[in-house]
Design a protein around this ligand. Structure first.
Ligand SMILES: [Zn+2]
Ligand SMILES: [Zn+2]
Length: 152
């Protein structure tokens, strides 16, 4: 995303639009960006420097670290700020700043819901959809073992 700093009027200007998802350069099985990055920014020139502030929005496609489900997570950057000293150039490229702020806004741990139950380590069933056979069987075995101890 390149801004023509020569065209910014004295009072600054609003910049609204979107950049392609490819600028984030993340396209793996756990994190992908498939939708455009929407920006709503204000650019102004202050004492030989460019100041850009505003918001970024894009949905990230993440894989839940517990149940491995793919889900969409809304990335929100509400305090995007770039301050760049100018030395006579016509254009300033903000692509790297957009990319960094979007990556920093990702959750530390991807969870499809905060109380995701994950998968059964034995049969792999998604425990969000209910308890599996082997979990109840395991419970039975423990009770049987306890019963045997009591009998002795
Ligand atoms: Zn999950
Ligand atoms: Zn199971």
């Amino acid at each position: 995303m390149k801004i023509n700093v020569q065209n910014i009027p004295d009072g600054g200007e609003m910049l609204q639009g979107s950049e392609p998802a490819s600028i984030v350069e993340l396209d793996g099985p756990d994190i992908r960006f498939e939708h455009a990055i929407a920006y709503n920014l204000h650019a102004q020139i202050q004492e030989q420097a460019l100041l850009v502030t505003g918001k970024l929005r894009t949905p990230a496609t993440l894989r839940c670290s517990r149940c491995l489900k793919i889900f969409q997570w809304p990335v929100r950057v509400d305090d995007f700020v770039v301050h760049r000293e100018l030395a006579g150039e016509d254009f300033v490229d903000l692509t790297e700043n957009l990319r960094e702020d979007i990556i920093l806004a990702l959750p530390q741990r991807a969870l499809c819901q905060t109380d995701c139950q994950g998968l059964c380590p034995v049969c792999g069933k998604d425990l969000n959809e209910g308890v599996c056979q082997c979990q109840s069987a395991q419970g039975d075995l423990r009770w049987q073992a306890l019963d045997q101890i009591k009998l002795k």
